[in-house]
Design a protein around this ligand. Sequence first.
Ligand code: ADP
Ligand code: G6P
Length: 470
Amino acid sequence: MRPRSLVVVANRLPIDDSVPDGACEWRRSPGGLVSALHPLLRRQPATWVGWAGRSGPAPSLPDIDGVRMVTVPLSDEDIRDHYEGFANATLWPLYHDAVEQPTYHRRWWEAYRRVNQRFADAAAEVADPEAVVWVQDYHLQLVPAMLRERRPDVRIGFFLHVPFPPPELFMQLPRRDALLTGLLGADLIGFQRPQATHNFAQLAARLFDLPATDERITVGDRAVRTGAFPVSIDMAEMATLANQSEVIERARRWRGDLGHPRHVVLSVDRMDYTKGIEQRLKAYSELLADGRVKVHETALVQVAMPSRERVGHYQVLRDRVEREVGRINGEFGRVGEPAVHYLTQPFNRAELAALYRVADVLAATPLRDGMNLVAKEYVAARVDDTGALLLSEFAGAAVELTHAFLVNPHDLDGLKRTLLTALQTPPAELRIRMRAMRSHLRTHDIRAWARAYLTALDETGGLAARLTAD
Ligand code: ADP
Ligand code: G6P
């Protein structure tokens, strides 16, 4: 049998087109989706259908590392109503436990449908006969059914990088039937955690009265399979970076720049209200006020990369975070010694590896998160088995990284207590925990994820073997 070819369809292309023409390079944009897929696709010829990140006609982009880039154009109106509107002001908050109030506008729904159709058409144009088309994330949930309509010959996978909410939340959506119909066009729907497959099965049974288990939903004469495939990182890449002499030297220098504190606590987040940044700052500020953490002993480094900056909730969040950082530094900092080292810049992979090396504790405490790859990257970078991971119970990563210091980020006292415990735990115990997490990630890295998903989707096994070969 001829091996199937692969088309990835995602809202964003993984490249930076802001550099001068012809000089496009792979971009590791902040965001789990690109971080996860990027290391895979360099290995095998594939096509990536996505948006280039700015409005107007689609720029034509060269192939990059054997990956053909097919751009889908979005107008200003599409960006406002589809990307900023329905995707990031309706679906994103709804799928993250409605930690901010989702907004519903009929105009946004129209744009979502229109843009999904455009992505489905682009995928239908470029897919070889019987190709595997792998649709990604919440921006494109109508694409599976739209694509099936045009190209019944292709195999359609869908993977949701964010949580899938319990039915009682999903039922709020004014166009819930259309969304569910869109998803059910796939042959295989992948989620991050088993709870999501369960939520989805319950929803299909409740809304459409379909025979549904956590593994399979019957739609007419078709079976739609579902499953949990927790996404991961390129463990070997991060470990190799962390072992490089320049990275080790940079980490040493940064520790000096921080004033050689006894402890460094690090957080690396997109500036997003799901990440629990405000709750963490509040807990930290109380520890400083109680005198249980002292500025000359402990440095907190908060990297908060601005994200979705035209969406109201994100603007409000950034203002509040910056006000709080200013207040904490004003109140507890000393001359030349801020309490919070606050950075909103992008870092390249080597710099991130150095940051992870500097950190004695990584605090990843989202209120809700599909996975949280930052937590996994930190573990991968701790090549000497040191360091402590403070991890929210509500991150997908908590299902796998059970040796982390798990916390409920809404419980400020628990957050304070667990951070202190992480800071004070003897190295021997930290080593046991870190070793266990590293050993898990070694066998559950990004290639294992792709292998598991693509083997389930393409029963020939050929595609999975090619993408994940050594
Ligand atoms: P999300 O997908 O919600 O953004 P994840 O933690 O799963 O959250 O993934 C974030 C990804 O973005 C990680 O790979 C992380 O290294 C990267 N990232 C976060 N902040 C920055 C930054 N300031 N510069 C470069 N990469 C970043
Ligand atoms: C999360 C989402 C991705 C998204 C990324 C960055 O990881 O699951 O789909 O690409 O955040 O967000 P942005 O809005 O910049 O694409």
